[in-house]
Design a protein around this ligand. Structure first.
Ligand SMILES: Cc1ncc(C[n+]2csc(CCOP(=O)(O)OP(=O)(O)O)c2C)c(N)n1
Ligand SMILES: [Mg+2]
Length: 363
């Protein structure tokens, strides 16, 4: 077996700049203080086209989710549906840091944003929401099961934490075949206490697998605040139990996410080491379409919206003279058109035939 054990201590593994070590920032209900405008990470070191690409992708996800919510209300979409509004910077910043030709992405059920950030066609994603046969899972998976083998986007999982051991297996395949890839595994704060997460972290360190465990801490697992169900509030410390560097990241700042995932991917690719990122973000909508989110106050939501990832990046781009109000308006118009066309495509597509009920079913 190629899975040889070449262990390094956490100190040896930690990056020179310290980012591989845990950040001991105390978490709280207050929004993250580091904004794109005032924080460590700024737009000035980045290429304009790259920044505009990040902006457009976040905008596309926001407009797509708004449309999905609207169409759910009109009963065009049925079943489970979990929206990603507020978390756009996480999927976009992370996906921009990997190479999907050789790297892989796995995530949970709140997956529309990840699918779009991975470059999936908005029409195909919307058609899946509509349960149409032109959808990425032929209309039989729905909102929770976005999938695109060509783009190495291996889903979309409805069982909390189920993707974590699967992602670890994909990382083992890369390691075993001596490939150059890295696995980016997203999951929520509600998944962090699943045994499968802890078993996976342990195996990943014993075998030194090239995987990034990325916890999107959006503050809630259904209606429960993470602080009520976790013995530690700083999740980033959890990696230490498995000798895996942990780091806390501002998930409202797309560049902070991009940088953290770039570092982790480099470490995985060059040293074959796993890492763990706790990315602090906030979910604007309820858990799913039926949740009025009465377990939080309007004031709390409004506070987080003040550091909206799109507003912050836009403010930075405008401050730096990289984009004008008018240019932003043009981008928004173009993105809205893409989303309208995606909806039209989904609406006009055919339902899967009855005979397809038995296709792709493993018995
Ligand atoms: C194994 C398992 N237990 C319980 C559920 C029910 N459930 C669905 S979503 C959810 C909360 C998960 O929260 P989190 O991981 O933080 O993801 P988020 O919804 O915030 O994106 C739970 C408990 C489930 N789907 N699977
Ligand atoms: Mg959560």
């Amino acid at each position: 077996m190629a899975a040889t054990r070449t262990r390094k201590t956490a100190a040896e593994s930690a990056r020179k700049d310290g980012s591989g070590g845990k950040s001991a920032t105390k978490t709280s209900d207050a929004p993250n203080k580091t904004s794109q405008a005032s924080g460590v990470v700024t737009t000035k070191d980045y290429d304009k086209d790259f920044l505009l690409k990040l902006m457009r992708e976040m905008l596309l996800i926001r407009r797509f989710e708004e449309k999905a919510g609207q169409m759910y209300g009109l009963r065009k979409i049925g079943g489970f549906c979990h929206l990603y509004n507020g978390q756009e910077a996480v999927a976009v910043g992370a996906a921009a840091a990997i190479d999907q030709k050789k790297d892989y992405v796995l995530t949970a059920y709140r997956d529309h944003g990840h699918a779009l950030a991975c470059g999936m066609d908005p029409g195909v994603v919307m058609a899946e929401l509509y349960g149409k046969k032109t959808g990425c899972s032929k209309g039989k998976g729905g909102s929770m099961h976005m999938f695109d083998a060509d783009r190495h986007m291996l889903g979309g999982n409805g069982i909390v934490g189920a993707q974590i051991p699967v992602a670890t297996g994909v990382a083992f395949k890369i390691h075993y075949n001596r490939e150059d890839g890295v696995v980016l595994c997203f999951f929520g704060d509600g998944a962090i206490h699943q045994g499968s997460f802890h078993e996976s972290m342990n195996l990943a360190r014993i075998w030194n697998l090239p995987i990034i465990y990325l916890c999107e801490n959006n503050h809630f697992g259904m209606g429960t605040h993470y602080g009520r169900v976790s013995s530690v509030e700083d999740f980033a410390t959890m990696g230490a139990a498995y000798d895996i560097p942990g780091r806390q990241v501002d998930g409202m700042n797309v560049l902070a996410v991009y940088e953290a995932v770039s570092d982790a991917a480099k470490q995985a690719r060059e040293e074959g080491l796993p890492s763990f990122l706790e990315v602090k973000t906030y979910r604007y909508k309820g858990h799913s379409m039926s949740d009025p989110a009465t377990y939080r106050t309007r004031d709390e939501l409004d506070e987080f919206k003040k550091q909206d990832p799109l507003l912050l990046l836009r403010a930075d781009l405008e401050d730096g003279g990289l984009v004008s109000d008018e240019q932003f308006g043009t981008m928004d118009k173009e993105v809205r058109k893409v989303v309208d066309e995606a909806e039209k495509f989904a609406d006009q597509s055919a339902e899967p035939g009855m005979s397809s009920l038995y296709e792709d079913v493993l018995v």
